[in-house]
Design a protein around this ligand. Structure first.
Ligand code: G
Ligand code: G
Ligand code: MN
Length: 536
């Protein structure tokens, strides 16, 4: 009886060990580490011990209580090993699952479960490395919804999300796995096409757009989502993944701008980003201050030897495009970003003046302020700090304020402008004639200079009423003790006529275009040459 019980216990124990061995083998198959492998020989040697002990029990005629207890321990040990390895195996599976989910989350979008922009860039990079081997060019295509904002407004964010998922699902149905369909921004998706023939590409896009134009349904409503597509080619349109994707997006903006369903990137087309996009990009540009300054020379008729420059900001994107200040300054004005930009422009300009001073060059610079800047109570202290820090003579600096921004809050503007003037810095009214300033307000402003807007100057010689406006503005400005600058002087004829009207300064392509820092330094050195000045 005791003998049979002992044998059964040892046999069950060894079965448990066999299970433990199976767990450890499958664990090792998944894990492939020596620490997990070491379970296998250990369990095998246990199993050998169990078999020898069972054999020993079977051979013996009688079994003692001690042997029964040992068999019990064998049984328990086998069970213990089985449970332990099952537990380890389960935990490892859970850890692996969590890791997978984490990685998946990093490269996938939660809403649509499609890969995200990060993944897509990796996918393009993979295609680029493959190109080194097979020389197979490819296209990156971006498809964006154009009326999704309306959908969100009508149905609310939650339903909007569901509609977006339906759109993504439908798009995914028409794509094979190798196209790497990804969600690359809010309501924008991208994929990679390995076709080489342009007609094939166009047919593919047309087919996709045809399917995507079918209405989707939400709560018994039929929803028409409209989309546009931009396409860029590798290696024709760029060499890095970011460049190609960005260019597909630029092509897409062009399609939107031209109101056509799709466009292929053309290196000559200009850039059309929408305001939302620019606002997002501006945010990151502000972190690195991705701006540069250009300098446009201004001719001082009374004092032609004194070089004067208007400082003009430029925002250069990584893809080589230059966003015009007309496009991004209004966006920066909506947030307080403009205050930081102005401070950067002021500091960079004054730092440059300090560098030039060391080389014996003391040009005059004119910096543009925006409407928000003249409401900024800290502008004065910042300006004082800069003038002291860089030891700049305040008469080397003029600040330009547009007529419209000055008129937004004349009382406050006047207060701040007076403080600026007290520092010894000059003030100039930019784009004069485009706003509707009242003469009484104007005459009370501490102004040193008026810049007549180029819309009046350029056709001065052919439009009598513009000639009258310019002539009377010069008269008015002089009676208010202000100097007058004419902007947009593009020809020699204009220059002569404006000089005869008594204009004090001329600015325009005739005298010089906005220049990079390097070009400006060359200009400065040439104009600082005493021999040339005397000759001129
Ligand atoms: O140089 P360009 O034609 O792109 O300039 C367009 C407009 O942008 C001009 O009206 C000019 O005054 C404005 N601008 C250029 N640089 C600056 C700047 O540094 N600050 C502000 N506020 N406006 C600028
Ligand atoms: O508004 P503000 O004066 O700041 O504008 C200056 C802008 O005018 C600069 O961006 C400059 O590029 C542009 N500009 C300067 N001179 C000329 C010119 O002669 N013709 C034209 N069309 N633009 C000019
Ligand atoms: Mn200006």
């Amino acid at each position: 009886m005791i003998k049979n019980a002992s044998i059964i216990l040892v046999i069950f124990g060894s079965f448990a060990l066999i299970f433990a061995l199976r767990f450890s083998i499958s664990l090792y198959k998944k894990d492939r580490r020596t620490s997990t492998f070491s379970f296998i020989p250990l369990l095998l040697s246990f199993l050998l011990g169990y078999t020898i002990f069972a054999y020993f029990l079977i051979l013996k005629e009688q079994t003692t209580i001690i042997e029964l207890i040992v068999s019990l321990i064998f049984f328990g040990g086998g069970l213990f090993c089985m449970m332990l390895l099952s537990l380890i195996s389960q935990s490892m599976t859970r850890i692996a699952l969590a890791e997978f989910q984490k990685q998946h989350g990093e490269i996938h979008d939660k809403l649509t479960s499609l890969p995200n922009r990060h993944f897509f860039i990796q996918a393009i990079n993979k295609k680029i490395s493959q190109y080194q081997l097979d020389k197979q060019p490819f296209y990156v295509v971006t498809i964006s919804l154009t009326n999704f904002n309306n959908i969100n407004e009508i149905f609310g964010q939650q339903k909007g999300d569901l509609i977006l998922c339906q759109f993504a699902d439908r798009l995914n149905k028409h794509m094979s796995h190798e196209l790497f369909l990804s969600r690359t921004a809010g309501y924008r998706f991208s994929f990679i096409l390995s076709l080489t023939n342009k007609n094939e590409i166009i047919n593919f896009i047309k087919r996709i757009q045809y399917y995507m134009d079918y209405p989707l349904s939400m709560l018994a409503h039929k929803i028409n989502l409209t989309n546009i597509v931009g396409i860029a080619a590798f290696p024709e349109n760029g060499h890095s993944a970011e460049d190609i994707l960005k260019r597909a997006e630029i092509a897409m903006y062009n399609a939107k701008h031209q109101q056509i369903p799709f466009a292929i990137f053309e290196p000559t087309t200009s850039l059309f980003y929408d305001a939302n996009e620019l606002a997002l990009m501006l945010h990151s540009a502000m972190n690195n201050m991705d701006f540069v300054l250009n300098y446009q020379p201004v001719l001082d008729i009374q004092n032609p030897q004194l070089p004067t420059f208007e400082v003009l900001i430029r925002w250069q994107l990584a893809n080589g495009y230059c966003v015009r200040p007309d496009e991004f300054i209004p966006i920066a004005e909506k947030t307080n970003a403009i205050l930081h930009i102005t401070r950067w422009v002021l500091e960079t300009s004054l730092k440059q003046l300090a560098k030039w001073k060391k080389q014996g060059l003391t040009p005059h610079v004119q910096v543009n302020l925006s409407a928000k800047d003249i409401e900024d109570n800290y502008l004065i202290s910042y300006l004082t700090l800069l003038l002291n820090r860089y030891s700049i003579d305040p008469t080397q600096l003029t600040l330009e304020i547009t007529e419209t921004s000055m008129m937004q809050n004349p009382k406050k503007s006047r207060h701040i402008l007076e403080k600026i003037q007290n520092l010894g810095v000059s003030l100039s009214i930019d784009d004069f004639g485009t706003g509707f300033s009242s003469l009484s307000i104007l005459s009370n402003m501490p102004i040193d200079e008026i810049k007549i807007d180029r819309s009046f100057v350029s056709d001065l010689l052919t439009r009598e009423n513009h000639e009258a406006i310019v002539r009377s503005t010069i008269y008015l400005a002089h009676s208010l003790n202000c100097r007058v600058v004419a902007e947009g002087v593009e020809t020699e004829d204009l220059c002569q006529y404006l000089t005869s009207l008594g204009c004090d300064k001329l600015q325009g392509y005739w005298y010089g275009r906005p220049m990079s820092l390097e070009q400006t330094e060359i200009w400065l050195k040439q104009n600082n040459d005493p021999l040339k000045s005397q000759a001129g």
